[in-house]
Design a protein around this ligand. Structure first.
Ligand SMILES: [Zn+2]
Length: 627
């Protein structure tokens, strides 16, 4: 059996990064109930605490925290772990950042080894420079005489002072070295300016120049409100209307959503996010009280930004210019959103308008109404596919059917697909009932054919759009195969009873565990098996290898024991797991034996032959076990 470590979502890097005892001290000093209480209103419920989950939207609390076990788990969205996991997830930090934050919380000295410290300080330095430059740009917009054009532009677009302040809008002086000189005075080297993406090297000779010149500046924040980069809008006729910071260690365009730091709370509260395409669209909507709007950076919707949105909202309402590249990206991103179980609805925008113009001209009520009227992504795509087609008593052509089949294939629900087929047929052929039925049959036939083909025609698989599908957002315990359930039951027994834990450790070796997550969880449990004392569940969770194992352990620790922990019952589960491994091996051996027999290369002395006979004997006797 493979012992390959499952490292997906690994959160803890062993080795020189940070001493294990330092991690343990931080964990011991930060009581999980106290830490989480800073973020979530917790109420005592029996021996535990409960509150509304900050990671998914809910009305009745399924988010549980245990002081005794020092773990949390949400039974609604299956997120769980220790105090580090909570901070990492809640504040979108990496492990070392979360550890630092928790260390500072209890006034502990915090040390990391050189390499990581250097990387971190580079990041901090860039953020520091960005924050400073953002203030300069903002001051210049308010005060510099040459920024009059920028101020006039904002006035024309109806942006008031309060909004300019809230979004820290700015102006970059129209000069090759104004910023360079200010940076020098603030003891920032040109090379540091280059790292922050604010300064460029001259292509020929030596020297540097300001990257943003004579532009209206939009600072771009991460979700914690750090300025990670800038967007600059040209105010004169220039080849590039918008210029962004180049990719830097802190600025990765595809993963960012503009104004998410300002909108996050309202998005969570409404469970809905309005996705627009530009800085000005976002700003205009916020000024008109539509404060759950964010913008994609560039035109891509990446798995990362998709999963970021999934943490805040269950519904995305896209308000893009219909013919824009951004809309095409949303349609392409359909798979990403589907994987994240996010509903996507589309606002049908008036031709040639963007949300900025629209909300300014028609007012926020009209825009809100359009948001309420937004259609599903499938409806939107079908509407577009058929808008040029004849409707009513039409003669259906193969071409008409061909245009809708790939879209219908993207629907996962059979019921929904049938509904759409019916609607299309009616649209095409109403009121001729005979033709409606013919049309339905024709579409249904083509869809079935297409679904049966190994590669769907124009079907938008994640591979087709060049993006990797993100992992599914876990939605509570799913039905699992019997052997995995047996492993869960063993883990549960081990978490609740030290005696059971010792028994399992003695009788089922680590490499016999079949499921990767269960094996990682078992490894953590084996490593921390208390002698006569109760196992320290919090420590087990803290040292588990990956987030899946942590979530599994925190869930099982907070659930009642899954089984009576008699030795007989434990032995049955262990036998069930072994039996499954044996069956798997039996399949392999049988296949190999058949091949070798056919090739005439199997002798009676062959170890394979002997293994075959042993397994055959075993399965003839049959193994009885109860579940
Ligand atoms: Zn939750």
């Amino acid at each position: 059996m493979s012992m390959a470590a499952n490292t997906t979502g690994s959160t803890w890097l062993p080795g020189p990064l940070m001493a294990a005892d330092q991690k343990e001290e931080i964990r011991q000093r930060n009581d999980i109930v106290e830490v989480i209480s800073d973020y979530v209103a917790l109420k005592r419920a029996g021996s535990e605490f409960q509150g509304l989950c900050p990671f998914h939207k809910e009305k009745t609390p399924s988010f549980t925290v245990s002081r005794e076990k020092q773990v949390f788990h949400c039974f609604g969205c299956n997120v769980g772990g220790d105090v580090f996991d909570f901070i990492m997830r809640h504040d979108a930090l990496d492990f070392v950042q979360a550890a630092r934050k928790l260390a500072e919380r209890v006034n502990l000295r915090f040390e990391v080894s050189g390499d990581h410290a250097a990387r971190r300080s580079e990041r901090e330095r860039i953020l520091e420079i960005n924050a400073m430059v953002s203030r300069w740009y903002h001051e210049a917009l308010g005060q510099a005489p040459e920024a009059a054009g920028a101020r006039a532009y904002l006035a024309r677009r109806g942006i008031d002072d309060a909004t300019a302040e809230r979004f820290q809008l700015g102006y970059s002086l129209d000069s090759w070295d104004a910023l360079l000189n200010r940076l020098r005075r603030a003891r920032v080297t040109p090379e540091e300016g280059v790292k922050a993406g604010l300064v460029s090297r001259r292509r020929e000779g030596t020297g540097h120049f300001d990257w943003f010149r004579g532009r209206l500046m939009f600072p771009i924040w991460d979700v914690s409100g750090n300025v990670v980069g800038f967007g600059g809008r040209a105010l004169k006729d220039e080849s590039a209307k918008y210029v962004n910071t180049a990719e830097t260690p802190v600025f990765s365009k595809g993963d960012l959503l503009y104004a998410l730091n300002l909108a996050a709370r309202d998005i969570s509260a409404q469970g809905e996010v309005i996705l627009v395409e530009g800085y000005m669209d976002t700003i205009a909507l916020h000024q008109h009280g539509i404060t759950n709007a964010v913008a994609t950076m560039g035109t891509a919707v990446t798995p990362r930004s998709g999963s970021t949105l999934a943490r805040y909202a269950k519904t995305i309402v896209a308000a893009f210019d219909g013919d824009s590249a951004g809309m095409a990206a949303v349609v392409r991103g359909a798979t990403i959103f589907q994987e994240q179980e996010i509903k996507v609805r589309i606002v049908e925008m008036p031709a040639g308008k963007d949300p900025d113009d629209w909300v300014r001209e028609a007012g926020p009520e009209a825009f809100q109404q359009a948001v309420r009227d937004a259609v599903s992504l499938i409806d939107y795509r079908l509407n577009r596919a058929v808008r040029e087609q004849p409707a009513g008593s039409a003669k259906i052509t193969a071409e008409m059917v061909r245009q809708v089949v790939p879209i219908l294939c993207d629907l996962r629900s059979e019921i929904e697909r049938e509904e759409q087929i019916g609607r299309l047929a009616v649209r095409w052929c109403h009121p001729d009932l005979g033709r409606v039925q013919q049309a339905e049959a024709a579409i249904r036939h083509e869809v079935r054919q297409a679904l049966r083909r190994p590669t769907r025609p124009q079907g938008r698989s994640p591979q087709a759009s060049g993006q990797q599908a993100p992992p599914l957002r876990p939605q509570g315990p799913r039905p699992v195969p019997g052997y995995v359930r047996a492993e869960h039951e063993l883990l549960s027994a081990m978490l609740h009873e030290t005696k059971a834990a010792r028994y399992v450790k003695e009788h089922l070796a680590l490499d016999e565990w079949a499921d990767d997550t269960c094996r990682a969880a078992a490894a953590a449990l084996f490593a921390h098996l208390g002698g006569l004392v109760q196992t320290d569940v919090g420590k087990v969770v803290a040292d588990a290898e990956n987030t899946e194992a942590k979530a599994l352990l925190s869930r099982l620790a907070l659930e009642p024991p899954a089984m009576a922990t008699t030795e007989t019952r434990l032995a049955e589960r262990i036998e069930l797991i072994r039996d499954r491994a044996r069956r798997k091996r039996w399949e392999e051996v049988r296949a190999e034996v058949n091949t070798r027999l056919a090739a005439g290369t199997l002798s009676g002395e062959d170890p394979l032959h002997q293994e075959y006979q042993e397994l055959a004997r075993h399965f003839r006797q049959g193994v009885k076990y109860s579940e």
